[in-house]
Design a protein around this ligand. Structure first.
Ligand SMILES: *[C@@H]1O[C@H](CO)[C@@H](O)[C@H](O)[C@H]1NC(C)=O
Length: 308
């Protein structure tokens, strides 16, 4: 009899907890990021925001006047009928209540330190996470499911993640519940969180901030293009240089060398002149002295040839 009563009490407490946890919305904000609380005061005649526990009043609204309590005015502002936390601190974690016309809504706010992650389109990335004694793993992208994997083997990928998310095969044995995403897309940008035990326990590390997915690796592609262009222009430059050298050579052959020939024929013209005049050698033509002397020997040659 006592036993069944105990069971009934446990059952009822369990149900109550369930109802309570369902009623409490939970949300998160990254450290140092702003956070807008969900309650919209324009729909209320009176409203108040408080943090519990212990209960402290943060702000009050009495249509149309909004007032932030003393001591919170640096931290909070009023923006478009909402309460805004300017820059989240670790001590801002906790439970908040929004009471609108007497109706209370609760929010469990978590402040998370995120590891920054960078990726380009079509990259494969791995987000490390570890947990021991896990029975299931849940990865969330912002507030949407990326992947849920249970010890019994059931796999439940989120919309848009089918076929491109994976975990280690032995993840429950090793505690390595790192998530691998293949073929990263622009729409994958956002906050990733790692959970175990039906989303109740955080894996370690818990949060990643993939704030931006860069364009498909077109920048390195452009780089090879520009490298190619550079190489091409270098080749063209070298070719032009070679062509210039060849043209210069041809010009030398066509114009300069015949002139040299002319100059070399002119001494031969004077070759005989000193011979005939004997004295008319200018100093510049003194070089021709030797041929002149040689001409003596050449003159002897014909004499040698005369016996023929
Ligand atoms: C708050 O509610 C009013 C009235 O419904 C609406 O016009 C306004 O856009 C809401 N503000 C925000 C930020 O949702």
């Amino acid at each position: 009899m006592m036993y069944t009563l105990q069971l009934a009490v446990i059952f009822m407490v369990g149900k109550l907890n369930e109802a309570f946890s369902q009623a409490v919305k939970s949300d998160f904000v990254l450290l140092k990021a702003p956070y807008t609380f969900p309650g919209n005061a324009s729909l209320c005649e009176t409203a108040e925001w408080r943090k519990s526990f212990p209960i402290v009043f943060i702000a009050k609204y009495q249509n149309p006047i909004f007032r932030i309590e003393e001591g919170f005015r640096e931290e909070f502002t009023w923006k478009e009928n909402h309460l805004l936390l300017n820059s989240a601190k670790y001590t801002d974690r906790g439970r908040y209540e929004f009471v609108c016309n007497g109706v209370e809504k609760s929010l469990k706010l978590d402040v998370l330190y995120a590891i920054n992650k960078h990726a380009a389109e079509m990259d494969n990335i791995t987000l490390d996470c570890h947990a021991d004694n896990a029975n299931d793993v849940t990865w969330l992208h912002n507030n949407e499911r990326v992947l849920q994997y249970k010890k019994d083997g059931s796999i439940n990928p989120g919309k848009g993640y089918e076929g491109r998310v994976s975990l280690e095969k032995n993840c429950f044995k090793t505690g390595d519940i790192s998530l691998t995403i293949t073929g990263v897309r622009k729409t994958d940008a956002g906050i990733y969180r790692c959970f175990v035990d039906d989303g109740t326990t955080k894996g370690d590390p818990h949060t990643y901030d993939l704030s931006h997915v860069n364009e498909k690796r077109s920048s390195p592609g452009n780089q090879t293009d520009s490298n190619f262009n550079e190489a091409l222009s270098l080749i063209i430059y070298k070719c032009l240089t070679i062509v210039f050298v060849i043209i210069t050579c041809i010009l030398m052959l066509v114009i300069v060398i015949p002139k040299l020939n002319c100059q070399s024929t002119s001494p031969t013209a004077t070759y005989h002149v000193p011979m005939s005049n004997g004295v008319l050698l200018s100093p510049s033509q003194s070089m021709v002295n030797h041929p002149v002397q040689e001409s003596d020997t050449t003159e002897n040659k014909p004499s040698n040839t005369t016996p023929f």
